[in-house]
Design a protein around this ligand. Structure first.
Ligand code: SF4
Ligand code: SF4
Length: 285
C-alpha cells in the first residue's frame, strides 16, 4: 500500500476511491486564517489562477528545464527534496489503469474536458484530454478569461477515457492542493507532461507516482512473434517492457502499472497484479 492509501483510503482500499475526495465540502473548506482574512479557500483561489493560465503564451516550455541542475549532487538533492515536498501539497498525480479511471468517474460529480495545459505549453496545441470534475469546470467557466470546457455525462466521460486509452495515453488521477481532493484524470503523453517529466527526468517521485499495480506477462500465452507482434513494447511509454528470447518481459523497476501494454496484446498475455504482492515492485512507488 502506498503512503497515500495508508493515510486516506480508509475502508475503500485506495485513496482515490474514497468518496470524501470528491466532496465540495472538502474543496471549499476554510482554514482559520482564511476566516480571519475573510478570503476564499486555497483550492478555489488556485483554481482561479489556473484558469488564468489559459492565456499563457504558447509555448513557454523550456524555462522549466532543470536537468543540468538536478545532475549536480548537492543542488540536485535539494531540488528533489523541494520538488517532492511541493508535489504532495500542491497539484500532482498517480497513474491509474483504465478500470480505476472508470471507478473515479463514477465517484465524481460533473465531468468536463479541459485542454491539456502541458501539451499547450510544450507543444503549442490545445487537445481536450484533461477530464476534470466539479467544481473545477464550474469555476473555470465563471472565470472571465478562463478555459472553455466541454461538459460530458458519466457515460460519455468513460467513452472518452477508452478513446484516450486507444491512443496509448496514460491515465493519472491528480489531486488538488493536497490529498485526498481529486480534481481530474489526466490522459498523458509523458513527453509533454509537467508531472511525468519531473519524475522521469529528475526522479521527483511524488510528482507522478506509480500505480497500485504492476504488469506481468504469461510466457505461455505470449507469442512474441516479431515483427507481427511486440505491440506491448510499442505501447509502453516508460520503456518497461522488452522482447527477450521471443517473449515479452516486464522490468518491474520501470513499470508504472498503467496497463496500456495489455491493450496491444491480442493473446491476452498481460495482466496487472497488485503492486503490494509483487516480489520486486512492492514498495517501488
Ligand atoms: S509495462 Fe509499460 S505499458 Fe505495461 S503497465 Fe508497465 S508501464 Fe504500463
Ligand atoms: S503483444 Fe502480447 S503476445 Fe505480443 S509480445 Fe507483447 S505480450 Fe507477447
Amino acid at each position: 500500500m502506498c503512503d497515500f492509501c495508508r493515510k486516506h483510503a480508509e475502508k475503500y482500499g485506495k485513496w482515490y476511491l474514497n468518496p470524501k475526495g470528491y466532496s465540495e465540502e472538502l474543496f471549499y473548506k476554510l482554514t482559520a486564517l482564511d476566516r480571519i482574512l475573510n478570503r476564499k479557500p486555497r483550492k478555489e483561489r488556485e483554481m482561479w489562477k489556473y484558469s488564468d493560465a489559459a492565456w499563457y503564451p504558447l509555448p513557454i516550455s523550456r524555462t522549466l528545464d532543470l536537468v543540468d541542475w538536478v545532475a549536480k549532487p548537492l543542488v540536485g538533492g535539494l531540488i528533489k527534496l523541494i520538488g517532492n515536498f511541493i508535489a504532495v501539497r500542491e497539484h500532482a498525480g498517480q497513474v491509474v489503469p483504465l478500470e480505476d479511471a472508470h471507478k473515479i468517474v463514477e465517484l465524481s460529480e460533473g465531468q468536463a474536458l479541459f485542454p491539456c495545459m502541458c501539451k499547450r505549453l510544450f507543444k503549442g496545441d490545445d487537445e481536450y484530454k484533461c477530464l476534470n470534475f466539479t467544481p473545477a469546470p464550474d469555476l473555470a467557466e465563471k472565470h472571465p478569461r478562463g478555459w472553455r470546457v466541454k461538459w460530458l455525462g458519466k457515460e460519455e466521460a468513460k467513452e472518452k477515457l477508452e478513446e484516450f486509452s486507444e491512443k496509448g495515453y496514460v491515465h493519472a488521477v491528480f489531486w488538488w492542493y493536497g490529498l485526498p481532493q481529486v480534481i481530474c484524470i489526466c490522459n498523458c503523453d509523458v513527453r509533454y507532461c509537467y508531472a511525468a517529466r519531473p519524475r522521469l527526468w529528475y526522479d521527483i517521485k511524488k510528482a507522478y507516482v506509480k500505480a497500485e499495480y504492476v504488469a506481468e506477462v504469461n510466457p505461455d500465452k505470449c507469442s512474441g512473434d516479431m515483427p507481427r507482434c511486440g505491440n506491448c513494447v510499442v505501447r509502453c511509454q516508460f520503456g518497461a517492457i522488452k522482447l527477450t528470447s521471443g517473449k515479452a518481459r516486464v522490468d518491474p523497476y520501470k513499470c508504472f502499472g498503467c496497463g496500456q501494454c495489455r491493450f496491444g496484446c491480442e493473446e491476452n498475455a498481460i495482466t496487472l497484479v497488485d503492486r503490494n504482492t509483487h516480489l520486486i515492485a512492492k514498495g517501488l512507488w
